[in-house]
Design a protein around this ligand. Structure first.
Ligand SMILES: C[S@@+](CC[C@H](N)C(=O)[O-])C[C@H]1O[C@@H](n2cnc3c(N)ncnc32)[C@H](O)[C@@H]1O
Length: 317
């Protein structure tokens, strides 16, 4: 699997029925034509489906994609906005397409989009990520955390750890011997089901990471991990502030990020956020933590090329 976006990672494409059989059938034909490369005819059929069912979010979203491929930027923006208006939870992630087209300011990912993406992705997540994309986020975090502990001559043993965006549990697998009590938090119920099967988590929660952290008492964790999860969070500061609150003094936060040469946060073609190194440093500082390590290391490949990444370790002082 090379050069794929999150949408292409999905085993099945998200489809929200219009509730009208004829409109749904027109949509199916349009998809066939789209896949065969006849984009103009597919767009015509989608317009017919939309005439029958004006609130057909999947049709609007697909029309947006086709118009974009046809180079019709303004018309694509109209369609993506309609897709979001007709499905306010935005399960297709139309707002991400609008951000990528430069039609809207960067904002957080719709939680329903992340949930739908990973619920569909869960059954083949590990093989796709580890085998096809050479995913190495948990191993990089493990090495970085050991080095950070070694530097302050402390044992790398943690009584309580929180795994943000725990997915199927790959980070807990990497840290299993070093952690007594693992708490996993993830937006996707299907990913959480997979994590449960590892038997490595004492607690698992289906929640947004910010909400999950907010529900934890002050100074209740020794380690917080986020492996390949901050790529779904635009503004790191609110999460890092909560991490600071739940960590004990001397506790560690370790996370991977995707990055770019500039400052600030951008959204990439893969529909994941990339955080500039200066932005990451400033966010860690704003949250009241001290940076222990910021290394340019890539957690995964795309097109067989490492995606520019950062491995970050910060301590609560
Ligand atoms: C690429 S997977 C990585 C999973 C795991 N940490 C690993 O290393 O294999 C990203 C995970 O983060 C979760 N996620 C994304 N945004 C989240 C958020 N705001 N709150 C909680 N989980 C989130 C997704 O549901 C998904 O399971």
């Amino acid at each position: 699997m090379s050069g794929m976006t999150n949408v292409e990672l999905m085993p099945a494409r998200l489809f929200l029925s219009s509730g009208d059989l004829v409109a749904d059938r027109r949509f199916d034909f349009a998809r066939d034509l789209q896949l065969k490369g006849d984009l103009a005819a597919a767009a015509d059929l989608l317009m017919q489906a939309i005439e029958i069912a004006p609130r057909f979010a999947s049709a609007w979203f697909t029309l947006g994609e086709i118009r974009e491929r046809l180079g019709k930027r303004d018309a694509a923006i109209v369609a993506f906005r309609k897709a979001r208006d007709t499905d306010p939870d935005d399960r297709h992630g139309a707002s991400l397409r609008l951000m990528l087209l430069g039609a809207e300011e960067l904002s957080d990912m719709p939680p329903a989009y992340v949930r739908a993406l990973f619920d569909q992705y869960a059954p083949k997540f590990e093989s796709a990520l580890v085998d096809d994309l050479g995913y190495r986020g948990p191993a990089l975090l493990f090495k970085a955390v050991l080095a950070a502990r070694h530097a302050v001559r402390k044992a790398a043993f943690f009584k309580r750890a929180i795994d943000l965006g725990c997915g199927t549990g790959l980070a807990a697998t990497a840290f299993a011997r070093e952690v007594d009590h693992f708490i996993g938090i993830d937006l996707s119920p299907r990913m959480i089901e997979k994590a449960r099967l590892t038997g490595l988590y004492a607690e698992l929660e289906v929640a947004d990471m910010l909400e999950g952290l907010r529900s934890k008492p002050d100074a209740s964790a020794d380690l917080v991990l986020a492996a390949d999860a901050m790529v779904y969070v635009a503004d790191l500061v609110p999460v890092l502030k909560q991490v600071w609150r739940v960590l004990v003094a001397g506790g560690l936060l370790a996370f991977t990020a995707e990055t770019h040469d500039g400052d600030g946060v951008i959204i990439g073609e893969g529909l994941r956020y990339a955080h500039g190194a200066p932005y990451v440093c400033a966010s860690v500082e704003l949250a009241g933590m001290r940076l222990s390590q910021l290394e340019e290391l890539s957690a995964r490949n795309e097109d067989n090329t490492p995606v520019p990444g950062l491995v970050v370790v910060a301590a609560k002082v």
